[in-house]
Design a binder for this molecule. Structure first.
Ligand code: HEC
Length: 110
């Protein structure tokens, strides 16, 4: 019984975690010409490891600016600098964690 409960909690937590990225990131980015995967590789190249990438993303989301962006300047001229932080610290942090987990392996293979 207790085991079932713990299992359910784990499933619910993981569903919730998947949501934070799918819900907050994927839809809008699907309409942009540079994929989230490509952007991730730019971050990996610019920031190196796990902690630096996560801190770099978090920082950009709070304080977006052209001169620290990894996006090409033509892209920024067209779409503008986007302020990702929407008053929901926890969701954003979860989304960054999922973003890292999703693409880190592909990053390492290259
Ligand atoms: C409503 C649209 C929208 C949503 C939602 C959105 N983004 Fe973005 N994102 C953009 C646009 C537009 C840019 C390009 C402008 C820029 O880089 O500031 C961008 C840029 C980025 C960049 C590159 C930052 C840089 O260095 O310029 C990353 C990484 C990113 N998004 C990840 C995410 C993640 C992760 C989420 C979910 C938490 C998310 N985005 C949600 C529109 C969105």
């Amino acid at each position: 019984m207790v085991r079932m409960f713990i299992l359910w909690c784990a499933i619910l937590l993981s569903l919730n975690a998947t949501d934070a990225y799918d819900k907050n990131c994927v839809k809008c980015h699907a309409s942009l010409p540079i994929s989230l995967e490509k952007i991730f590789m730019q971050y990996l190249a610019a920031y190196g490891g796990k902690n630096n990438v996560k801190v770099g993303l978090d920082h950009y989301f709070r304080y977006p600016a052209k001169d620290i962006s990894v996006m090409p300047s033509e892209f920024l001229n067209k779409y503008g600098v986007y302020y990702h932080y929407k008053n929901n610290d926890n969701e954003l942090k979860k989304a960054i964690d999922i973003y890292w987990e999703k693409y880190k392996v592909i990053g390492r293979l290259k």
